[in-house]
Ligand binder design. Structure first.
Ligand code: MG
Length: 262
């Protein structure tokens, strides 16, 4: 009899151990702040509507869409190029923009960045000269390696993976949303830098690009750093690097450049 009793107690306690739900957390005192009697989110240490979840930082947006929010690093505010390493011959700054001085060399930020959101405005020369890749060519190189093409692609045929908004040599933009030469264009770019463990690539780079508010690339995977007439391939690189604007020997203009670390 005692044997049965011990066995029953043992089974009962084993069953209660197996089925024991986690100790219920007391509901949040104020339901406006969230709930703790809700299901756990899969793979996360939080309940649905958990009041303990870290609260996002407050960012003050600009008064005008396209201008820098409060947490951005301004790389060009219309007045000077102090955020950039001087080129052989200084790029021209006037009337709130700066302009590529042909054969002066690429422009590189002094600061280096990893994953970022980037806003850049540019204008191809109003006076059309040349064609294909020789019309208003410049480029925005994330990490100094991954080019979002800048080109006067208004009524200007070239290879699709080299037109404005192309991830050069890899992916044409989804559409051609370019304005006329001389008009200001705006890029909004999200760049995820590649990750390496030692010399091994563990995550490629990704790029999301809007031109004039129109989506050109939705988190597109890059094949490697930009190359011309060749296949891209990854090689180990620093986790952060400079943003670079290309001198392609044409007087392309830039203004209102800001960047946010992600
Ligand atoms: Mg280019």
């Amino acid at each position: 009899m005692i044997r049965y009793f011990v066995a029953a107690v043992f089974l009962a306690s084993a069953a209660s151990m197996a089925q024991a739900p986690p100790a219920p957390r007391s509901p949040a005192p104020d339901p406006r702040l969230g709930y703790t009697d809700t299901p756990m989110l899969p793979g996360l240490p939080y309940h649905v509507h958990d009041p303990a979840r870290p609260r996002p930082a407050t960012v003050t947006p600009a008064a005008r869409v396209g201008d820098a929010p409060s947490d951005a690093t301004v790389l060009f505010d219309g007045t000077n190029l102090t955020a950039w390493t001087p080129t052989k011959q200084a790029w021209k700054v006037e009337n709130g923009y700066f302009e590529v001085v042909p054969n002066s060399g690429d422009l590189r930020t002094k600061e280096r960045f990893g994953d970022v959101q980037l806003h850049v405005e540019w204008a191809a020369p109003a006076q059309v000269r040349g064609d294909s890749q020789n019309r208003g060519n410049s480029g925005i190189f994330l990490h100094g390696r991954y080019e979002v093409q800048v080109l006067d692609s208004f009524d200007n045929l070239t290879y699709p993976d080299g037109q404005a908004g192309a991830l050069y040599g890899q992916w044409p933009p989804l559409v051609n949303a370019v304005r006329k030469p001389g008009e200001w264009q705006s890029y909004d770019i999200v760049f995820e830098a590649p990750r390496f463990e030692g010399t091994r690539l563990v995550k490629p780079a990704f790029m999301t690009v809007f031109l004039n508010g129109v989506l050109l690339h939705n988190r597109k995977e890059l094949m490697g750093p930009t190359v011309h007439r060749a296949l891209a391939s990854y090689a180990p690189q620093p986790a952060e690097d400079s943003l670079v604007l290309q001198d392609h020997q044409q007087p392309v203009r830039y203004r209102n450049i800001w960047i946010r670390r992600l």
